[in-house]
Structures are given as structure tokens and as C-alpha cells.
Ligand binder design. Structure first.
Ligand code: HEM
Length: 234
């Protein structure tokens, strides 16, 4: 299926994914519309800008990263600004996704047995309702909390003369620990969104997933989108 726009052939699912999501088109289901993908990639890009400007000013062993932005002085100068941009992008992402991120009754217990079982590939939390599983929702709240923590602890380092030394020391600790935890969870997130669960990455590039992916990973969302009728297509 394809449409012709400005002389170009654009496949129908891709065209639909520009403005709508949670809709089945042919063999695909639109999971993230263009606005969602734009916000997510703004978060990801600003996050990596923070990483490459922050790590060289943190530990000398990462000094080589500063060359990517023109040297250590440049890294030191622009890191707070990339941090503010990252926070603003995260804020957009937070409010954009919030309506989909309320925990359902059957999504409690993700901190314990469910998480272990999920990571051991025992089973998908298949019966859960909603577009996202409990682990994704937990990750969502954690990264947003961490983004706030990084911003708040970053301000006294940015304007050191306006804050007492003890507070600056606490902020260094909070900033570093939050970053380490954040970075580890982002590595896990990228792994889950790419190599570990094939078919997921296209949700953030093309905007769509296959019917098979949706049925396997989020069966309730699949039923909601297709109206429970697998043969129903738009
Ligand atoms: C290269 C880096 C990244 C890749 C490849 C990536 C990939 C993805 C993919 C494929 C999804 C869609 C999952 C789905 O539809 O079920 C997603 C969702 C999400 N991403 Fe990323 N992402 C990256 C960076 C980040 C960063 C830096 C953040 C930091 C806040 C982030 C936060 C989220 C959140 C909160 C969600 C929704 C919940 C979830 O699916 O876990 N992502 N990401």
C-alpha cells in the first residue's frame, strides 16, 4: 500500500504515522506518531550531548570525549546548557507520555518477582493492559525523576558562589550518583529497544511495529487497537 505525495511514493503506514498512532494500517500498527518520535529523539540527542560534555570534565580518563566538541574548555562551558536543553526535552516527554503511564492494577509488583521473571525471559507480562508494561512505566518515572535531580544538583555547580560549600559537595555527590544510575539504565534501555527485542526499534524510527510484535509484547494494546479483531484493517 502506498500514496503519492509531492511526486514521492510513501507507504500508507508511514504516512499515517506522521499524525496518528494506535491505529492498524495493513500489516503494521502505528505505535509512535511523528511528534512522539521527535520528542524522544530530542531527549536522546540532548542526553548524549550531556554525556560527551560532562564525562571529560568529571574524570580525566574520559578526556578524549572533549575533542568531539572542541576541547575541555568548550565542554565545561556548554555542559550546563546541554543539561538545561535535556531537562526541557525531558519535560516535554514527561507531559506527552504521562496519560499512557498510569499503572494498571495488574502492573503492581514490578520491583520484585515480575522484573526478575521478565529479565530471565521466563515470560512476557502478556496479560497486562495498556500500551506499556510496568517495567517501561517504572523506567519512565525514574528517568524523569533523575532528569530533575540532575538539573537541581547541577545549579549550585553552575553558580558556585551563590551557594554554601557543603551544599555544593552534596550536589556533586547527587549529580554523580544519579548520572551513574541513569547511564546504566539507559544502556539497558537501548539494549531492550534494539538487540534484545527485535522489531522494537522501528517503533521509534518508522513509527510502526508488526502485528506479530504487538500481539506478542503488548497483547491488550493489540486488542484495543484492532478492536479484538485481527482481520480488521484500515
Ligand atoms: C540511542 C538511544 C535510545 C534508543 C535506541 C531508544 C529506543 C527506544 C525505543 C525503541 C522506544 C519504544 C519502546 C516501545 O514502544 O515499547 C523507547 C521508548 C522510551 N525511551 Fe528511549 N531510546 C534511547 C534513548 C533514550 C533516552 C536517553 C531516554 C531518557 C530519558 C529514553 C527514554 C525513553 C522512555 C521514557 C520511553 C518510553 C518507555 C519505554 O518504552 O521504556 N530513551 N526508546
Amino acid at each position: 500500500m502506498s500514496s503519492v505525495t509531492h511526486g514521492q511514493h510513501i507507504e500508507a503506514p508511514v504516512l499515517t504515522a506522521r499524525s496518528r498512532d494506535n491505529v492498524a494500517v495493513g500489516d503494521e500498527i502505528v505505535r509512535h506518531r511523528f511528534a512522539t518520535r521527535l520528542i524522544h529523539w530530542s531527549v536522546a540527542i540532548t542526553f548524549f550531548l550531556c554525556v560527551i560534555t560532562g564525562m571529560p570534565i568529571w574524570i580525566p580518563i574520559f578526556g578524549w570525549m572533549a575533542a568531539l566538541v572542541g576541547g575541555l574548555e568548550v565542554a565545561r562551558l556548554i555542559h550546563p546548557y546541554t543539561g538545561v536543553l535535556f531537562f526541557i526535552a525531558s519535560l516535554f516527554q514527561y507531559f506527552h507520555w504521562l496519560p499512557d503511564m498510569h499503572f494498571e492494577k495488574d502492573q503492581k509488583g514490578w520491583f520484585g518477582p515480575k522484573l526478575v521473571s521478565y529479565l530471565r525471559w521466563d515470560q512476557e507480562p502478556a496479560t497486562e493492559g495498556g500500551k506499556y508494561n510496568g517495567g517501561q512505566k517504572f523506567f519512565f518515572y525514574m528517568v524523569n525523576l533523575a532528569a530533575l535531580g540532575l538539573l537541581l544538583s547541577g545549579i549550585p555547580m553552575w553558580f558556585p558562589l551563590n551557594f554554601p560549600p557543603w551544599l555544593r559537595e552534596v550536589c556533586y555527590l547527587v549529580h554523580d550518583i544519579t548520572f551513574i544510575l541513569f547511564f546504566c539504565s539507559i544502556v539497558a534501555h537501548i539494549y531492550l529497544g534494539t538487540a534484545a527485542e527485535p522489531g522494537t526499534f522501528s517503533a521509534m524510527t518508522r513509527g510502526t511495529v508488526t502485528r506479530r510484535w504487538a500481539r506478542f509484547h503488548h497483547p491488550q494494546w493489540f486488542r484495543d487497537v484492532t478492536g479484538g479483531d485481527e482481520a480488521k484493517r484500515t
